[in-house]
Design a protein around this ligand. Structure first.
Ligand code: DI6
Ligand code: FE
Length: 417
């Protein structure tokens, strides 16, 4: 008889699988998740499951809800120091653009990151990562973009990769060399983009440090033509692209991202109908980032209704960064998505699971409870999925399973272990 690896069962659970018809949560009342070798073999009604292998362990979930492990698909988690001072400037009336033009903003985080060692970056980032993990996050995307030269971008992405050795979590990296112009380039954006394309990107790609290439298309950052050059170079290296698009103005970033078949276009407050249609045709996910909208007191909302009408998938992410979104809670992010942008409970939850996986090109591996995918689960002490979106500042996570294994809860604020 064929030897089969043993099964682990989570039974007597209610499931939000996010499988099946788009838009639905795939709810199952008396559900069971069966796992073998870290992958789901069944996620559905308990009575539709026949164990075809020895059961190593059977866990009674006592009616708790199981969702896919949460996915934060847009973060700048690796950074050094903080910008609370700038926050105070903005409280006194300065705008994000004014702060940036006065030499603050991204460039001040560049100074701090360049001064930090890789080990310091890892140590500084662990408490932020632990805050995400404590809410059931099993996959996190982390961008570079505060190094802005080869050595420092490499250090930043390498620190991101190292986090996966320190915690039980999936880390996906994006090279964001085209985030801001470093001061040593003296305003020469063309020369900097030359450097990104010919020096930084090839070295980072050949070191395997980037899973995707990102850019910031904005008046205070790079033009569509400059971003297009970066995307051409990424394409030539076989790397998928994504874009910070239409955050502060409409430069046609969403359509540009779509033209390159981007995995996602992110922010999108100023995206118009043409941009949304282009994204729909390309299958580019709209990553909505309410933390940044909230912190910079933006008043123009991302066109959620246009995305719905056009059939653009929507994800939600923290955009955790020291300037515009010092946010390390996907639960709060969902509440903001609902309260600020009128996203539904199903949209918010799909936005941090199924659609977030899609935004990272990981839809075949994670993001739903479906046979064949990694057994990345979050188990919750709640009575309905809406509770995950409804509360502010309360964390009902019961346990977190990654690749079929119960993860120990991280020691909060302990970066030294
Ligand atoms: N858009 C943002 O919101 C962040 N980066 C970006 O391209 C801001 C990053 C920062 O201010 O440090
Ligand atoms: Fe961002």
């Amino acid at each position: 008889m064929e030897e089969r690896a043993e099964l682990t069962l989570w039974r007597n659970a209610r499931l939000a699988t996010f499988a099946g018809a788009a838009g639905g949560m795939g709810l199952v009342d008396k559900g069971l998740v069966a796992v073998r070798d870290g992958r789901i073999v069944h996620a559905g009604p308990e009575d539709a499951f026949n164990a075809n292998a020895p059961v190593a362990e059977s866990i009674d979930c006592e009616g708790r809800w199981i969702t896919p492990g949460l996915i934060d698909c847009h973060t700048h988690l690796v950074h050094a120091g903080n910008r609370a001072g700038e926050f105070e400037m903005r409280l006194n009336g300065a705008t994000y653009e004014e702060v940036a033009r006065a030499g603050g903003g991204i460039v001040s985080s560049v100074r701090s990151l360049r001064a930090a060692s890789e080990a310091q970056l890892v140590a500084e980032t662990l408490p932020r990562l632990d805050a995400l993990i404590a809410e059931g996050v099993t996959t996190v995307e982390i961008k570079s973009g505060y190094g802005l030269d080869l050595d420092n971008e490499r250090k930043s992405l390498s620190a991101a990769r190292k986090l996966a050795e320190r915690r039980d979590i999936g880390i996906v990296t994006s090279f964001l060399g085209a985030h801001a112009l470093p001061p040593e380039m003296n305003g020469d954006k063309t020369a900097y983009i030359d450097r990104v394309i010919s020096e930084m990107l090839p070295a980072i790609a050949s070191a395997g440090l980037a899973d995707a290439v990102d850019g910031f298309c904005e008046g205070i950052a790079f033009s569509p033509a400059e971003i297009a050059r970066v995307f051409e170079a990424a394409k030539a290296l076989g790397l998928p692209v994504k874009l910070h698009a239409d955050q502060l103005s409409n430069l046609g970033g969403a359509a540009l991202a779509a033209a390159y078949g981007a995995l996602s276009a992110d922010h999108l407050e100023y995206t118009d109908a043409a941009g949304a249609d282009a994204m729909a045709r390309a299958g580019t996910v709209a990553v909505i980032l309410p933390g940044a909208y909230y912190v910079i007191r933006e008043t123009k909302k991302p066109p959620v209704d246009l995305f719905r009408k056009a059939g653009v998938a929507m994800a939600l992410a923290t955009d955790c960064n020291p300037g515009t979104s010092p946010l390390t809670s996907l639960l709060l992010t969902m509440n903001m998505g609902a309260t600020l942008f009128s996203m539904t409970v199903a949209e918010c939850l799909a936005g941090v699971t199924r659609e977030a996986a899609r935004a990272l090109g990981l839809a075949a591996e994670t993001g739903t409870l479906e046979a064949g995918k990694w057994a990345d689960l979050a188990i919750w002490d709640i009575e309905s999925p809406a509770e995950l979106v409804y509360r502010l500042g309360f964390n009902p996570l019961h346990s977190r399973i990654r690749r079929g294994r119960l993860s120990p809860a991280p020691a909060r604020h302990d970066a030294k272990d």
